[in-house]
Design a protein around this ligand. Sequence first.
Ligand code: NAI
Ligand code: MG
Length: 391
Amino acid sequence: MRTIVTLPGDGIGKIVLPESIKVLDAVGFETKYINGDIGWEFWQKEGNALPQRTIDLLTEHKLGLFGAITSKPKDAASRELDPALMEAGYVYFSPIVALRQHFDLDICIRPCKAFEGNPLNFIRRTSDGFEEPEVNTVIFRQNTEGLYSGVEWTDPPAEVRAAFNTHPKMKKFADVPNEDLAISTRIVTRNGCHRISKKAFEYANKFGYKSVTVCEKPNVLRETSGMMVEEARKVAKDYPNIELWETNIDAQMMWLTKNPEIYGVIVSENMFGDIVSDGFAGLVGGLGFACSANIGREVAVFEPTHGSAPKYEKLDPPIVNPIAMFLSACMMLDHIGETEKAAIIKNAISEIIKEGKVRTYDMMKLKGGPDVFEKGACTTYEMTEAVIGKL
Ligand code: NAI
Ligand code: MG
């Protein structure tokens, strides 16, 4: 039997992940689960937020369902380390970023689909009233390269500065003292651009989307965006029934509220994909609804986009919306071919939202806190029960 590695992580990750297992059980999905240690607790106790044993589990079982982790800047992280480990030279790194890099999870998919009746859906003014665009956009974000490659310096080493100085455009910076110079690089590979474009078209083809938009900025970022667009055009030739659209990231964000409903699949480099996917997620309910998949050649990890929301972790009963986690679990089901079970869960969620009787605090636009229940919000558990009741 298949084994799925559950990685609850920190804060509300520990709340929403078990709720998603209840839903998976209730839909009749049979599998084994094994817990993987990840997150702040393991940083503090062991000096490693992503212990090797967790990497080993994912290497063996290939599928991870992840909640959320708490991440802090380096100095704050060092201060919270077990005193016994403080002199040992441990350096904090984000375990989810490390997972993506270790397993080369280069394909990030973030579907942003509006559920009918969700009070958080974007509405637009028309000449005589309002309308609610039917947003159904899936963002394919290159997850391992680009501006987030991590190749960057403040006060760059002499040989790096010398190499940069071979570029004529560096003349402008010739007089800047080294310690006043910071450089972050945007590195893309043809293979990376090709793979994300190919996956975007495959998905559009499989799920009936009529267009793939490559969202970049090739007029300015001639080399990196240029390569993305070039590869997208190559891949597009194999899919004559799907149109390739080309937009610039800045214009795309301007059009976000003008005509979001016309976009099907969007494909972008790492940072632009991060931006455009948050933009679209905001139109369909935000963090309580934003699910994602990180897929590599071997391993795949599914996670809600939200973080550990520490300010809500201790509320009992919990108030947070588990739907983003449920939708992430559905993406996992789709990934392993259990599309029918995924559809049943998604239908149940959409019925609950349409009925509008069971809503978490975010769906009621309340400020989070223990008093949201008296204002009509449901608990995290009640949302789970409602969804299970509709399966
Ligand atoms: P966050 O996503 O944890 O929370 C931001 C706000 O969004 C919350 O205060 C809450 O109002 C709302 N929210 C988040 N999830 C929700 C849910 N399921 N239902 C209802 N409302 C929800 O981001 P924040 O506060 O910036 O970061 C908290 C911690 O999480 C930090 O340590 C950060 O580094 C980490 N983080 C981890 C991520 C991951 O595990 N992939 C992603 C983003 C942040
Ligand atoms: Mg983001």
